[in-house]
Design a protein around this ligand. Sequence first.
Ligand code: GP9
Ligand code: MN
Length: 433
Amino acid sequence: KSSEINGILKYVRAHYAQPNPKYYGVAKGRNVIVIHLESFQQFSINKKINGQEVTPFLNSLYNSKDSLSFANFFNQVGQGKTSDAENMLETGTFGLPQGSLFAQLGDDETFQAMPEILKQHGDYTSAVFHGNNAAFWNRNNVYKNMGYDYFYDASYFDTTGDRATGYGLKDKLLFHDSIPYLEHLQQPFYTKYITVTNHFPYSLDKEDQDKGFKTVNTDSKIINNYFVTNRYLDDSIKEFFSYLKKSGLYKDSVVLLYGDHYGISDTENPGLAPIVGKSTDDWNANDDAEMQRVPLIIHVPGLKDGGVQKQYGGEIDVVPTLEHLLGIDSKEYVQFGSDLMSKQHSQVVAFRDGDFVSPTYNYINGTVYKTKTGAELDETPALMKKIDKTATAVKEKLSMSDSLNQKNLLRFYTPDGFTPVDPSKYNYTYPNG
Ligand code: GP9
Ligand code: MN
């Protein structure tokens, strides 16, 4: 076992990307508020429908100079969907090739995850707010192993009647009703809100729909409704930000928002084509891959020289990026992504199945596409030599992460100055659960 963990340590150290001094520590000591935007895709950002922006508030954050926003940021989830996204954004390791890591390994996995890293580096308190039941995706067990101090699940909130949709408490109510708990957290805190209302099948009571917003009129109810719940999500974030500003928390915090994975499935994508300025007829697997973009917005009030970043990256890269903004060097941790702001950041984005996208080539289902044009390329020996090299590197990275997680190898490696999580310290109670 020790030789295996040593091989992985050697690998991650060889792939370490140095912090960019311009951004290192700019958010040091601030509260961190992570907002998980359920099923929210990049194409809705800055999108107008019937003359109106779908998500005006998120757009204002995305386009702000106080934000590092990413135009070419991809989800990398597998079958574990939301839980895979959470796993990447907390641990910097990939989800599993099949199923959900949270569900399969979460009971006794050794994690070196954001809540514990921040606790040990800056005395942070940590909490999750989520409008669904604690057991969904095995979160009740996973969060203890990650070192979360508190988990406010559905049982903390009134979810009766029309206060909830399929996956739990409506987002506006989640943000609103979380405030008494949030205000009790000792600062600095690291807290995550997992929204649910913008989830398939995107149904929303009439009274929650914005009367002033008229959605698209395609043959697909899913597509039409998607934009309606997008708008609701946007409004919920806007309301939460008004609270942050009013309470004064805003200027002492960094708010990181990200879309976890697609909301519109590949089978529905051709119907979406005209809305995203493409043609339905020649829609192909590369177009589906291009649609895996989700937003990442790291909003740092007062930053001033942020803006929209064009470099390619994915969910695996968030942990080292955030660590460096907070002034914590990611070097000693076993993380498979790299700081998006680093000059050494790798722009090859691995999908969970071994396909990849990059600024030059996309490699999807065994076919090579030129990223800029989407054209299918002749697979000449010279091209394939290049592609195979990248594909092999992608597979190596995924399999390193898989051995680490499947064999629970972090048991055998504790970074200098880090104390392993003791899950028995955490005993979440579920008041109405
Ligand atoms: C449920 C929610 C949805 O609690 O996070 O998970 P998903 O279906 O998107 O994986
Ligand atoms: Mn999800």
